[in-house]
Ligand binder design. Structure first.
Ligand SMILES: [Zn+2]
Length: 195
């Protein structure tokens, strides 16, 4: 057993604008009846969240359990959003767009580099960035180094604004569109996870 969640992250929000954009997204989802405006400690796993509103079922194709989800938690500040198991499958270089799988052929990382080494290479850089640091990742294909935030991770995002939908079934694409509209057209990505 575990707790399932859906996450949605804003790739363009700066740390400075994240609190205001977070409020706008909550307002938009409250206006749709998807969330309630109040905060509750029962709506998130750790911290507080907004409980589901009367129209929460509009956000999912079908409810697997039939039960109302817990709620949505707003995350402001640098955070790594992933599946909750620390196992990003691959990252793509922002320079040459070569995608490097951590669980694919070992030659992508060299014969002495295990999957765990590759994952640590990414997560160490992500942790440095999360602690207000700067971390570059060097591409073994084109040789260029770029900030970890510019690499594209499969099913993960490094973002200053994110939303975790706790105990929620898979979100419909419309929800991402609603959130993008509320942020003024930012790039919004989503994923699923379990803790
Ligand atoms: Zn490259």
């Amino acid at each position: 057993m575990g707790t399932y969640f859906e996450w949605v992250a804003d790739l363009d929000a700066t740390e400075a604008e994240a609190p205001e954009l977070g409020r706008r997204v909550v307002d938009a989802l409250v206006a749709r009846g998807v969330l309630l405006p109040e905060l509750s400690s029962d709506a998130a796993l750790g911290g507080v969240g907004h409980p589901p509103g009367p129209a929460w079922a509009d956000t999912v194709a079908r409810s697997v359990s039939g039960e109302a989800p817990w709620g949505m938690q707003v995350g402001v500040g640098r955070e790594v959003y992933d599946g909750g198991q620390g196992a990003v499958a691959a990252v793509t270089c922002p320079g040459c767009f070569v995608r490097r799988s951590f669980f694919g052929p070992p030659e992508e990382f060299g014969p002495t580099c295990s999957d765990e080494d590759g994952l640590r290479w990414f997560y160490d850089a992500a942790a440095t960035w999360r602690s207000d640091g700067v971390a570059d990742l060097e591409c073994r294909t084109c040789g260029a180094a770029a900030p970890v935030t510019r690499w594209t991770a499969d099913a993960a995002a490094l973002a200053c604004l994110g939303f975790t939908f706790w105990g929620w079934d898979e979100l419909l694409p419309e929800v991402t569109e609603w959130i993008a509209a509320a942020t003024g057209g930012h790039r919004i990505v989503r994923g699923s996870g379990k803790v």
